[in-house]
Design a protein around this ligand. Structure first.
Ligand SMILES: [Zn+2]
Length: 381
């Protein structure tokens, strides 16, 4: 019933009985306990058909708050959201992930406390904390698993550290899954099959299948960057393999090729500026990278049949040339049935996708039927 109410539409008890097919007494008891928990609130009266007008109820997104933290290689954004995933306030700071878990997570805890204080919410109002990390994470335990750019983090108990400082359940996942959740929740909530591709220093994908994030057996699903690219022959990847997509189509890979061709460009940001400034070599390389990504994505389309492919990450600031290359190959290689309705679009949530996604991960957990059941049982006892 709560899942139904989360669309925000006010409904009367009679409407809920009709919609759920549950008995009058069951709906009555449920509404009462959800009201007591603060998850529903009275929302005015419905028009009367004679007699006392029936009261309407609506989901109350301000019943609790959530902290979402999006940690990158050099920056962190920590935000406070309500139970709809709407950002109330946020803070972006420079934070070097390589300085290790203790100073980084202490800072996240401090920022979280500041945001709670500013919003005049207490730790008791906090439903949970969601964290996105720039490396592989075993989602079930919240521990990073041999993350390449995060020395000292391997196997670290991130949830224990953060819940000691802030409380609440603490859920952790990699940044690409978090961005996929954020983009799905805010821009494509009615799309059940979506693939989010991040193209930046690395390349990765977050897969939404049947409306749920698909993490795979060990949380390693969506590792697109280390699939073999069609023109990857002989190019060494930082993973130790040869010919990976990341080694030919990531920001640093494109920058390297341009530098060898004599173009003055040192990093991915400078590359973005060159493409936006109309540099023909940079545009051509960006489009070629798009085609490599498209070739790997064409297999993904054949396997998963998504409705939408969302492309995000730093390089999407050159959306036109990158998307042109991706579309060229995906539409050319995949079967018409799979591409008939397929949209390939740029991410729209921008800088907030990580925070919203991290919060969404927590909200989906705390508002799941089992969790709500448990909270109501605790409240009743
Ligand atoms: Zn690789």
């Amino acid at each position: 019933m709560l899942q139904l109410m989360r669309d925000g539409r006010p409904r009367t008890r009679a409407e809920l009985i009709q919609l759920t097919g549950l008995a009058r007494s069951t709906v009555g008891a449920r509404v009462d306990s959800l009201l007591a928990a603060g998850l529903l609130k009275p929302a005015g009266e419905s028009r009367s058909t004679g007699g006392r007008p029936p009261v309407r109820f609506a989901f109350n997104p301000t019943a609790a708050v959530v902290i979402g933290a999006d940690l990158g290689a050099t920056h962190a954004t920590v935000g406070l959201t309500d139970l709809d995933g709407t950002v109330i306030s946020d803070r972006t700071v420079e934070l070097d992930i390589a300085s290790g878990p203790v100073p980084v997570l202490d800072r996240v805890v401090d920022l979280g406390r500041e945001l709670l204080k500013e919003a005049k919410r207490s730790r008791a109002d906090l439903a949970g904390v969601g964290i996105g990390l720039p490396g592989p994470v075993e989602h079930s335990t919240g521990r990073p698993a041999s993350p390449p750019i995060m020395p000292g983090w391997d196997g670290y108990d991130v949830p224990a550290h953060v819940s000691a400082g802030l409380g609440g359940p603490v859920l952790v996942d990699n940044d690409v899954n978090i961005m996929a959740l954020g983009e799905h929740a805010t821009v494509h909530p009615h799309v059940d099959h979506l693939v989010f591709v991040k193209v930046a220093t690395g390349i990765g994908a977050g897969i939404i299948s049947g409306g749920q994030l698909h993490r795979g057996a060990q949380g390693a699903a969506g590792d697109l960057g280390h699939v073999a690219a069609p023109h990857g022959d002989g190019v060494l990847c930082r993973c130790g393999n040869v010919g990976c997509l990341e080694a030919v189509a990531s920001g640093p890979a494109i920058v390297g090729r341009l530098e060898r061709a004599g173009v003055d460009v040192h990093d991915t940001r400078a590359l973005v500026d060159l493409v936006r400034g109309g540099n023909p070599e940079a545009i051509a390389e960006m489009r070629a990278a798009g085609r490599e990504i498209g070739a790997v994505l064409a297999s993904t389309v054949s396997l998963l049949n998504p409705q939408v492919i969302v492309v995000g990450g730093l390089l999407i600031q050159c959306a036109e040339s990158l998307l042109a290359g991706i579309r060229e190959v995906v539409y050319g290689r995949s079967l018409p049935l799979a591409t008939e309705q397929l949209q390939i679009v740029a991410a729209r949530t921008g800088g907030h996708a990580g925070v919203i996604g991290a919060a969404t991960m927590v909200i989906q957990h705390v508002l799941s039927a089992e969790e709500v059941e448990r909270q109501l049982a605790n409240l009743a006892s």
